[in-house]
Design a binder for this molecule. Structure first.
Ligand SMILES: Cc1ncc(COP(=O)(O)O)c(C=O)c1O
Length: 404
């Protein structure tokens, strides 16, 4: 007797009939994890090797050296077998002490989560309120630091690409603001969803700790995260008193020197990482950034043609990684997403916390090209019609105009 099919295998297809199999490929258009290219999947599928054996050193060393070229740093990079949240925690516990003040900026959901994490660790987070429609404001940061005469604040933490809103923070301008205030605070930047998609320069921008992850612009599955640390951050590590063990940079430095790790690394993800770094360089980082910027612009052209509003309202700060779109009053973004998934097999990102059900997010990052974008926007435009969301037809055409 045939085993019963799981409920997920039975669905209503686009023409309204019951089917047991969806033809074609699923479109994973959330703003990370992004679709993993076949070349990376093949690399990950290689046999796991002894992480303390002689062959591993070349794998580990290539990953550690290669990542520096992506972060654009000559300083230290640390790799954790963890999601991005782990690297957030690592950045704080490696450099700060209980009761230290940190200045954070409310760009959106992820900035708010990092603040919550800091508070759970026993830090005092000073949070500059934001409207979730733009990046961190250097002027407000400078003014806040100028008030901090006794240098109570030990770190300024910002999110480079706020994945919940699609707004990009001006990292170099925040560095300049800290310097203009004559403040010694460390600068920490979360570029979990920016690295490998948006221009990023750890050294040139004077960032002390950069936090990132594998599952967005690096085109890998979830499971790796990173810290890049400046000499100043490494010096802070020597005196920082927050409890740490698993995350301790000090434990990593010795084994990393010869390509090894103090505990079992995610060996197969490192195979994938090495291929991802090669792929980014084969395309050329500048070309990768330009491709993302172009896809962001084309997506916004479609959204505006539909008569919908882009959540990021700050000109020049719109993300090339994702576009968050506001739903018209009286329409549920989650119902729309559920409908596009059911009818067109495309996953769109949901609105998070404050903007839950009010926005949907279009991911246009990673291993992604013009035709994939046109198909993505086509799925959304068909979805708007299907879900009876008021809009002007022809958004895809507007995007194609821009792309061609
Ligand atoms: C900007 C940003 N920061 C932090 C995180 C948290 O990372 P993770 O979910 O990998 O723990 C995410 C995840 O999407 C993110 O986009």
């Amino acid at each position: 007797m045939q085993a019963p099919l799981p409920p997920a295998s039975i669905f209503t297809n686009a023409s309204g009939s019951i089917a047991m199999r969806k033809a074609g490929r699923h479109f994973l258009q959330i703003p990370g994890p992004s679709a993993v290219p076949d070349r990376i999947l093949s690399a990950i599928a290689q046999q796991t090797i002894d992480h303390r054996g002689p062959a591993f050193a070349a794998v580990g060393q290539k990953a550690l050296d290669g990542l520096k070229t992506i972060f654009k740093t000559d300083e230290s990079v640390f790799i954790y077998p963890a999601s991005g949240t782990g690297a957030w925690e690592a950045a704080l516990v490696n450099t700060l002490s209980p009761g230290d003040h940190v200045l954070m900026f409310e760009t959106g959901h992820f900035a708010s989560l990092w603040k919550k994490l800091a508070e759970k660790l026993g830090l005092n987070a000073e949070f500059i309120a934001g409207d979730w429609r733009s990046g961190a404001d250097p002027d407000q940061i400078e003014a806040h630091l100028a008030e901090d005469k006794d240098h109570r604040i030990k770190a300024v933490c910002i999110v480079h690409n706020e994945t919940s809103t699609g707004s990009v923070s001006p990292v170099a301008a925040v560095r300049a603001a800290i310097d203009a205030a004559g403040h010694p605070a460390l600068l920490m930047v979360d570029t979990i969803s920016g690295l490998g998609s948006l221009d990023y320069r750890h050294d040139e921008w004077g960032v002390d700790v950069t936090v990132s992850g594998s599952q967005k612009g690096l085109m890998l599955p979830p499971g790796l995260s990173f810290n890049a640390a400046s000499a100043k951050a490494l010096a802070a590590n020597k005196t920082a008193k927050l409890a740490r063990s698993y995350w301790d940079w000090g434990e990593m430095q010795g084994p990393n020197g010869t390509g090894y790790f103090p505990y079992t690394p995610a060996t197969n993800l490192l195979y994938g990482l090495n291929v991802a770094i090669d792929m980014l360089h084969e395309e050329g980082l500048e070309n990768v950034f330009a491709r993302h910027a172009r896809h962001g612009a084309a997506t916004r052209a479609a959204v505006r043609h539909w008569g919908l509003e882009v959540l990021c309202s700050a000109q020049g700060q719109e993300s090339g990684v994702l576009t968050a779109v506001m739903m018209p009053e009286g329409h549920s973004a989650d119902a729309f997403r559920a409908s596009t998934l059911a009818h067109y097999d495309i996953s769109l990102g949901n609105g998070l916390s404050k903007v839950a059900d009010r926005v949907f997010r279009i991911g246009h990052l990673g291993d992604f090209n013009d035709l994939m974008l046109v198909a993505t926007l086509g799925g959304i435009e068909m979805g708007l019609k299907k879900a009876e969301v008021p809009h002007n037809a022809g958004g895809v055409q507007a995007a194609m105009q821009l792309l061609s």
